[in-house]
Design a protein. Structure first.
Lengths: 334, 323
């Protein structure tokens, strides 16, 4: 049996829409251990959020359909569980933070009400005890004057403070896994750093496994232990954080790294990956990245690349990973 | 730099994250934590400063006092004490609104008529809100087949014209000598309610559909809330506003509809006094004694108008976009 805390195994999800079938996730696999942070990186539509929603069981079905794969939590397949059982896991064992904290909090109840609801639903606590816990939690996510502010409504908080409340709700029941879906995208840069610090501290204190979904390479660097890069519903490269930044083995990752502004490239034009992300309704044959790839050859149009082992814990789904891996990145950026 | 000691942060806001305290953006009383600003308390503040609301609220309070304590206005006169010798006498200092055919004081009867009219309006609205709110929530929240079936049933009832449905219900339960005011009112409420709930169902359904996919509903689900709890705590409180607006406006409409049915001799039956029955009795003498028609009609119009105005004011207060 697996020893991983959470294991996504060959997951397939598609959306059956009026215009056709959108293949959102095409065989995604990753693992997460306690105390570990996995960053899932990818642009809009790459399937990173859909994977998270499938883990949480909040995917809109229909139109979403899970067509294959397993998601094992402590060795047990979440997708086979009864809805009742899954609901008990949600929030208590696997919890989630959303991108936009203003719309993710109920506008008509005070934040204290909403945090204490977690204890009322899952622990059967009285409202009074729940409110006490809410104050403690707001203290632990460093909200000043928690005792007074517990009676405030979500719109009376700033964006950063609201995200802290969202975090407080998500960690209230000491979950083993925390999924953070672009937790800092809606915040300004200074606040982003504070929220990431807070998440990292909480994760260490509680030894949580954290999945950090983001499109921002900068957010990832300081926090994550390992990275999975997604493109068009597939993981194109996964590795520990340092090897991936130093020696990417997939042209897409390489392109992403090259398109980050850096101090030493001052004066030259910023690199951009050519073309547009593919339509999920009509994926290009072979390797999905081929229309935009500088390494493209005949084989890329015909065969889906397998998951090559680049080094230990480092995989790439590219026929020409060796060329990318050994290449000098500065040239392609030039 | 972020100090975990929160009390310190509160004492010296400038030392912590600059995003911490929002107090500056809010009116001083809100920052103190004494007064919270929810949608409803915001709406209440908005309402109090609206002239239309104040005028309509004062009128409605007057009508309510008329309905429940008519003696306050009638100086001890009894609406059923009539003197045939005074039949159809025009308004005078003794009887401000004149006398009707049976020599009853029109002023006293108009005041007493408020009770039945207001009762019909309020009870019908409550009935429609409960039925429509419940069915609309179920249909909107679950969608799919549940929604399809409930919506088609709603459409069927929606297609029945008010008069046809009213005649149907009211003739099925004919009044006898022993029918009390409440049975009489109950019949009319049933007739109007059976046809009125459809509008409320539709409003609630569409408003629930809007809220159903809101992020906070998804978040609540992700944090382990059950369907029942999501509906109760997250969906209904956030989709109630349009229903309340429509209910307030319809209340006036139901009072008018009661008058219509009573005018046609279908609704409330004498000896029950309502504005509708008074107008019904007065129509035969409209050319010789217009005062018999005029006064109850004015009361009816003002009552309907004040509820519609109240509804408008409430809508403005609840919809931030109109501010």
């Amino acid at each position: 049996m697996s020893e991983h805390l959470l294991e996504v195994d060959d997951l397939y999800v598609e959306f059956r829409t009026r215009d056709g079938v959108a293949k959102a996730i095409n065989g995604v696999s990753y693992t997460l251990d306690a105390g570990e942070t996995l960053a899932v990186l990818g642009e809009s539509g790459s399937g990173k959020s859909v994977t998270a929603q499938t883990i949480m069981g909040i995917l809109d079905m229909p139109p979403g359909v899970i067509t294959g794969g397993e998601i094992r939590y402590n060795g047990e397949d979440l997708l086979q569980m009864t809805e009742d059982r899954r609901r008990k896991i949600r929030g208590a064992e696997i919890s989630m933070i959303f991108q936009d904290s203003l719309s993710a909090l109920n506008p008509v109840f005070t934040v204290g009400d909403q945090i204490s609801e977690m204890f009322q639903v899952h622990r059967g606590m009285s409202k009074k005890d729940g409110m006490k816990k809410a104050v403690e939690l707001m203290d632990s996510v460093r909200i000043p004057a928690a005792r007074e502010r517990v009676k405030d409504f979500p719109h009376q908080f700033s964006g950063g403070m609201r995200q802290r409340i969202m975090i407080a709700m998500a960690i209230s029941l000491d979950p083993a896994v925390l999924i953070a879906d672009e937790p800092t995208t809606a915040l300004d840069v200074t606040v982003q750093a504070q929220i990431m610090d807070l998440l990292q501290d909480l994760q260490r204190e509680r030894n949580m496994g954290m999945i950090l979904i983001t499109h921002d390479l900068g957010v990832v660097a300081g926090v994550a232990d390992k990275i999975a890069v997604m493109y068009a519903g597939r993981i194109v490269e996964d590795a520990d954080i340092l090897p991936l930044y130093a020696t990417p083995a997939h042209p897409y990752t390489e392109g992403l790294l090259d398109s980050m502004p850096r101090v030493d490239t001052k004066g030259s034009e910023l690199y951009a990956i050519k073309g547009l992300p593919p339509s999920l309704l009509n994926l290009p044959p072979g390797c999905n990245f081929n229309p935009r790839c500088p390494y493209k050859q005949e084989i890329c149009l015909q065969e889906v690349p397998p998951r090559y082992e680049v080094a230990s814990n480092h995989h790439s789904a590219c026929h020409f990973w060796e060329e990318v891996y050994s290449g000098d990145r500065a040239d392609s950026a030039g | 730099m972020s100090d975990p000691n929160a009390s310190l942060a509160a004492a010296a806001p400038e030392t912590v994250e600059k995003e911490t305290y929002l107090g500056a953006d809010l009116p001083p009383e809100a920052g103190k934590g004494g007064q919270s600003r929810s949608l409803w308390s915001d709406a209440w503040r908005e309402l109090r400063s609206s002239k239309i609301f104040v005028i309509s609220a004062v009128l409605i309070v007057l009508f309510l006092i008329m309905a429940f304590f008519p003696q306050v206005f009638t100086f001890g006169k009894d609406p059923y004490t009539c003197d045939l010798t005074k039949s159809r006498l025009p308004p005078s200092s003794e009887a401000w609104f004149g006398y009707d055919t049976n020599g009853c004081d029109v002023y006293t009867r108009t005041i007493y008529g408020a009770k039945a009219s207001i009762l019909v309006g309020v009870l019908t609205t409550v009935f429609c809100m409960l039925v429509g709110g419940f069915l609309g929530t179920i249909a909107g929240f679950f969608g799919g087949w549940t929604d399809a079936i409930l919506s088609r049933i709603t459409d069927i009832f929606f297609a029945i014209p008010l008069l046809l449905g009213g005649i149907l219900v009211l003739t099925s339960f004919p009044s006898g000598d022993s029918t009390t005011l409440f049975q009489e009112v109950g019949k009319v409420v049933l007739a109007l309610g059976i046809l009125g709930w459809t509008a409320m169902t539709r409003i609630m359904r569409s408003s629930v559909i809007q809220v159903r996919n809101a992020d906070f509903v998804v978040a609540a689900r992700a944090l382990g809330a059950s369907n029942g709890r999501i509906m109760r705590k997250h969906v209904v409180p956030n989709s109630l506003a349009p229903l309340i607006v429509v209910a307030t406006i319809s209340l006036g409409g139901y009072i008018g509809a009661e008058a219509t049915l009573s005018f046609l001799g279908l609704g409330l039956q004498p000896p029950v006094i309502s504005w509708g029955t008074m107008i019904n009795e007065a129509q035969k003498y409209i050319r010789v004694s217009p005062h018999m028609l005029f006064f109850p009609a004015i009361f009816l119009s003002v009552a309907v108008l004040s509820f519609i105005m109240l509804g408008d004011a409430v809508r403005e207060a609840l919809d931030p976009k109109l501010r």
